[in-house]
Design a protein around this ligand. Structure first.
Ligand code: ADP
Ligand code: ZN
Ligand code: ZN
Length: 713
């Protein structure tokens, strides 16, 4: 922007978009001020409030000149002079994200900045930046020591020889770094490493090389719970380095500090959950995505971006190596590797030669019926005996049930009443510990009624079981066992999860009953038996990705068992199922992700599902189903005329999702699919703006939004 005449700048702000509104918004630079450079965080008036914005460029960046006679408002000025502008690569990433996921540029830009940035005053921010920059008074503080666990393995692995698998993987990362140095764009590496194969060591070695060359490293993990463990390993390996963690569990001021450390170039390593993919890092030279298959990399509100996919995009943009690690890679990444676009590096062997657990099936059909008046059978007798035998040898068992609460529904035998949620098409779950009925979808909670609300019958009974009930049943069936339940309910209190996990590590627990939060990532030493109870639901789900998720979960769970090579009796994984011969379980028993992936990909190719087609899902919500349906139907009708590429896009009939009603809103979804990603993109770009106008004609429509590359259907 030249200073004199056209002191107008385009600023990305988080304003709701109206039809025809151009983004970013134009502002006048106050007389006597230099126009702030693109990327500068600025304060601007917006409606009746002041807001944070990011300068996107001069007037041309808004796409259209201001309408004749329009009086532009004046921006207030930069947020803080000491804060460097967000780099061009960051703006490109945001622009791509907004375009690809079809959301507002300002909405995306502002939503991926640390929330505290909006609230700090210029003076406070300037002080903060100065403090962080001043000789880096950091190492001993927040960024490193505070969240590191003293119990972490401190033994430097440097002296330890890499396994043959690890050595080959490290070579692949070195080759990628060399390609980068030579000016080429390295292909992403898909590190297909069994649980316990030592993937983290490969990340560490790749990070070490990148840091030694003066670069910054970005490591993405799916869950906050997994950050302390990984952070401890990175801190132990790189004692002098500044490691910044970024996730929503951090106090806002700390999160802002860590983000600033990354942006200012002071942090060497950034370790964070999905939003961290947007962290500006001036010397970024390696991106690691751990557990790349995990669905939580997909943002589930606003712009529904995938941090995994954006990591790959950012890697290509900056020509830096991207390392995608998983024991059960997503079928998307697997297909990319099949096609030669990603480099697949397999690490099948576990460190220390730990054998894969023997997989055993407890056939639900063969379960003995309880005698009259006897309590129901808790687990197959042979499974129960196996758990007891493990306990006798001082070993631990993990019983996995992916349903928390005591019972998924309460039921009145006299009149048939069930504990439905008044706001959702779902049952409310009975939680015995605090005697509540809770909806796990909308959160609606009430005390358990003393009698049936419909007929007054006093004898209302729980149907089915969740972790709470299973833990209670196991305690009765195995009176000598020390049983711990770990799920989102027990983990709610601050520090509870860390405390429970510590008890497991210390050997104070014989049997863990838990949901998927214990199946992932944790490195348990004494667990030699893992049992999955009731996993069958996913085999017949309407969501085509359910089997993929189940398989990943079971493989992860199996990976918890027998990490030490020489445990007495080996290790075992049990699956209590009505379908012991299902191919998914056969692949699990053979520990064969490649076979599972090949089979699934074949099926998906035959039916025409991702990754062979590309999907976009329009979700519409209204108080009345008919309104949502009518909107979706008319929206569907507009696709054909939206763009010439519509011929390459199939529009399915609008249908209600599995959860038809959520928090008082009736929901309908409309699926668009195409074999051509560009065709789908062009149709969406032309079609979505038309829906603004359409909406006005459907009174009662609460909201609608598009989800590009949806992960749950
Ligand atoms: P993954 O992430 O692949 O499941 P980890 O990285 O957690 O596996 O490694 C499993 C265990 O093996 C860890 O305790 C780690 O410290 C150890 N380990 C990794 N590489 C080696 C090695 N080369 N020699 C000895 N131990 C190793
Ligand atoms: Zn009743
Ligand atoms: Zn509800």
């Amino acid at each position: 922007v030249s200073e004199g005449e056209s002191s107008i700048v385009a600023v990305a702000v988080d304003a709701p978009l109206h039809a025809g509104m151009q983004e970013p918004l134009l502002y006048r630079v106050p007389a006597g001020q230099a126009a702030p450079a693109a990327g500068t965080p600025v304060r601007v008036p917006l409606g009746r409030r002041r807001a944070l914005g990011v300068v996107w460029g001069g007037a041309e960046a808004a796409g259209a000149p201001p309408p004749e006679g329009m009086v532009l408002r004046e921006l207030e000025g930069p947020l803080a002079a000491a804060l460097p502008a967000l780099p061009g690569s960051w703006r490109e990433l945001v622009t791509f994200t907004a375009g690809y996921y079809h959301r507002g540029l300002g909405e995306v830009a502002l939503s991926v900045l640390p929330p505290a940035l909006r609230r700090t005053s210029p003076a406070a921010l300037a002080r903060r930046v100065a403090r962080l920059g001043a000789g880096l008074a950091v190492p001993a503080d927040a960024a490193t020591a505070a969240t590191a666990r003293p119990s972490a393995a401190r033994a430097p692995l440097h002296a330890t020889a890499l396994s043959a698998d690890q050595a080959a993987a490290v070579l692949a990362t070195e080759a990628a770094a060399a390609e980068r140095a030579a000016g080429a764009t390295p292909a992403p590496i898909l590190l297909f490493g069994a649980t316990g194969s030592g993937k983290t060591e490969v990340y560490l070695r790749a990070a070490e090389a990148a840091l030694a060359a003066g670069g910054q490293v970005l490591v993405l993990v799916p869950e906050i719970n997994l950050t302390p463990q990984l952070e401890a390993r990175f801190t132990a390996r790189f004692p002098g380095r500044v490691i910044a963690t970024l996730h929503s569990g951090l106090p806002p001021a700390r999160r802002l500090d860590h983000w600033l450390l990354a942006h200012l170039g002071h942090a060497d390593l950034v370790l964070g959950t999905r939003t961290a993919v947007f962290t500006p890092m001036p010397r970024l030279s390696l991106i690691v995505v751990d557990e790349e298959h995990d669905a939580s990399f997909k943002q589930q509100e606003g712009a529904r971006w995938s941090a995994r996919d954006l990591a790959v995009w950012r890697g290509r943009q900056l020509r830096v190596p991207v390392l995608l690690g998983s024991a059960t890679p997503s079928l998307e990444s697997w297909a990319q590797a099949d096609a030669g676009r990603y480099r697949r590096v397999a690490m099948p062997a576990r460190i220390g030669g730990g054998a894969w657990p023997v997989v055993r099936f407890a056939d639900l059909a063969a379960l003995p019926r309880p005698a009259r008046g006897q309590p129901p059978v808790v687990l197959a007798p042979e499974l129960l005996a196996a758990i007891e035998a493990r306990r006798g040898r001082g070993q631990q068992s993990l019983v996995l049930l992916n349903r928390r609460g005591f019972a998924p529904v309460l039921w009145c035998g006299a009149c048939g009443w069930k504990s439905g949620c008044p706001h959702c098409s779902a049952w409310r779950v009975f939680h015995k510990s605090d005697r509540t009925l809770r909806c796990h979808h909308c959160g609606f909670t009430e005390r358990v009624p003393r009698a049936c609300p419909d007929c007054g019958n006093l004898d209302i009974a729980p149907l089915g079981r969740g972790t709470e009930k299973l833990a209670e049943q196991l305690a009765a069936a195995l009176p000598q066992a020390r049983i711990a339940r770990i799920d989102a309910d027990t983990a709610r209190r601050a520090g509870a999860l860390q405390r429970d996990l510590a008890a497991v590590h210390a050997g104070d627990v014989d049997v863990i009953v838990g949901t998927q939060i214990v199946a992932k990532g944790h490195d348990f030493r004494r667990i030699t038996l893992v049992a999955a109870v009731d996993p069958d639901g996913a085999l017949f789900s309407s969501d085509f990705r359910a089997p993929e998720r189940l398989f990943a979960l079971l493989m992860q769970a199996a990976g918890r068992a027998g990490r030490d090579a020489a445990v007495a009796g080996g290790s075992e994984m049990w699956v209590q199922t009505a379908f012991p011969h299902h191919p998914l379980y056969a692949a699990l028993a053979a520990h064969d992700h490649a076979a599972f992936a090949a089979r699934q990909l074949e099926e998906r190719a035959a039916i025409g599902l991702p990754p062979f087609v590309h999907l976009a899902l329009l979700r519409a919500e209204a108080k009345e189903l008919a309104v949502a349906e009518a909107f979706a139907r008319e929206a569907a009708g507009l696709v054909a005329g939206a763009a010439p590429e519509a011929a390459a896009v199939t529009v399915h009939a609008p249908v209600p999702p599995a959860l038809r009603r959520l928090a008082g809103a009736e929901r309908v979804q409309l699926l668009l699919e195409s074999q051509s990603r560009p065709a789908l993109q062009r149709v969406l770009a032309a079609w979505l703006p038309q829906l603004h106008a359409l909406r006005a004609r459907h009174r009662g429509l609460l909201r609608y939004a598009v989800d590009v590359d949806p992960v749950a259907i």
